[in-house]
Ligand binder design. Structure first.
Ligand code: NCD
Ligand code: ZN
Length: 344
């Protein structure tokens, strides 16, 4: 007998779609499996203003395949010059669902991010007042802090002070990678949730570095020790409403990944749901997959859950190893395990 599960149609609460030809190449994979996605604003130049978010949304809609039912949920890139009134207007119009904080220099296209957190205080105050969530790239950029400690240090030095100063600010810690972050979210009384990526449930730092360097497993925040991966698995599969899927699917061409100084990012949009079904089955938690992919995110973002459903069938998954773009191939994340679940 074929085993299958039916869940509410999933959403992706952290996604990079890029622009132009790359956008057209990768968007169909997300639109096939997800009803909505929080769209990261780290283009060059970044999406800072209401008007830029509106124009970017229009380009995404224009790039959708015929018949696709997909809603991009737009975000603004927080800079030291962001205008609280513009941010509030973008939210009031219904267009913008979150503001993204990148510490300056933390990751891909984050040069316009925040160096002096005092300078964004007025925007954060406004966001707290209107209930607009702040999504954080939670890594400090201090060169003296070891890259494997940057998330834990971010919590102490940046996030906790912001949350103490703005207790009503609703925060999403993005792509958490440590048990420190899991503990911090679980210890908060309110206004804090976290997204977890597909790849951080599967790989630890050995996968990147042991037996040869694997650039396609390199992303930021970088995968940590096995004990941290296990803490993420436990949080994701627990059903706890504060944890939900944000794939951080981040396409880069192979030419840009396979360099002496290669780009950070794993491209997981084509096989994310198959990988997640495998992970949840391995952890005896298939009945909680829907909470992670389809229920907890809308609840935190105060949006309705999707009416449509998705059925996953226990049959080997087929997906491309690469997606072709005008600039060259983009390699799809290899979970290095058989995937026994397919989206019907
Ligand atoms: C992202 C990208 O490529 O835009 N890369 C990544 O490794 N996750 C940026 C980010 O989310 O940090
Ligand atoms: Zn990202």
């Amino acid at each position: 007998m074929t085993k299958s599960i039916t869940i509410r149609r999933p959403d992706d609460w952290h996604l990079h779609l890029r622009d132009g030809d790359m956008l057209r190449a990768v968007l169909p994979y997300t639109a096939q499996h997800f009803a909505r996605a929080i769209i990261m604003p780290n283009l060059v130049p970044p999406i800072v203003t209401h008007a830029q978010a509106q124009a970017y949304r229009d380009r995404i809609i224009a790039a959708l395949p015929d018949g696709a039912e997909f809603t991009p949920l737009m975000t603004l890139y927080l800079t030291e010059d962001s205008d609280p009134a513009d941010v509030a207007a973008a939210h009031a119009s219904g267009l913008v669902k979150a503001v993204k904080l990148y510490p300056a220099g933390a990751t891909t296209n984050s040069a316009s991010g925040v160096a002096n957190f005092d300078k964004v205080d007025a925007v954060l105050e406004k966001m707290a007042e209107i209930g607009l969530p702040l999504c954080t790239h939670g890594e400090v950029t201090d060169p003296n802090v070891d890259i494997f400690d940057r998330e834990a240090v971010f919590i102490d030095r940046v996030l906790d002070p912001i949350r103490t100063r703005h207790p009503d600010l609703r925060v999403v810690m993005e792509h958490i990678t440590t048990s420190d972050a899991v503990d911090y979210v679980q210890g908060a009384a309110q206004n804090l949730a976290a997204t977890i990526t597909t790849h951080h449930l599967v790989i630890n730092r050995n996968h990147i570095l042991a037996g040869g360097i694997k650039p396609h497993y390199y992303c930021l925040p970088v995968a940590k020790r096995e004990e941290h991966r296990l803490a993420l698995r436990k949080a994701a599969t627990s059903g706890d409403a504060r944890f939900f899927l944000g794939t951080d699917s981040a396409p880069h061409t192979d030419a840009n990944k396979l360099l002496p100084c290669g780009c950070a990012g794993c491209f997981t949009a084509p096989n994310t749901l198959s990988i997640l079904a495998e992970v949840f089955e391995q952890d005896d938690a298939l009945e909680r997959l829907e909470a992670f992919t389809s229920l907890n995110g809308p609840a935190y973002y105060r949006l309705p859950v999707n009416a449509a459903t998705t059925t996953l069938t226990r049959t080997p998954a087929h997906y491309p190893a690469h997606v072709d773009t005008v600039e060259g191939p983009v390699t799809v994340f290899d979970p290095d395990m058989p995937l026994n679940w397919s989206v019907s």
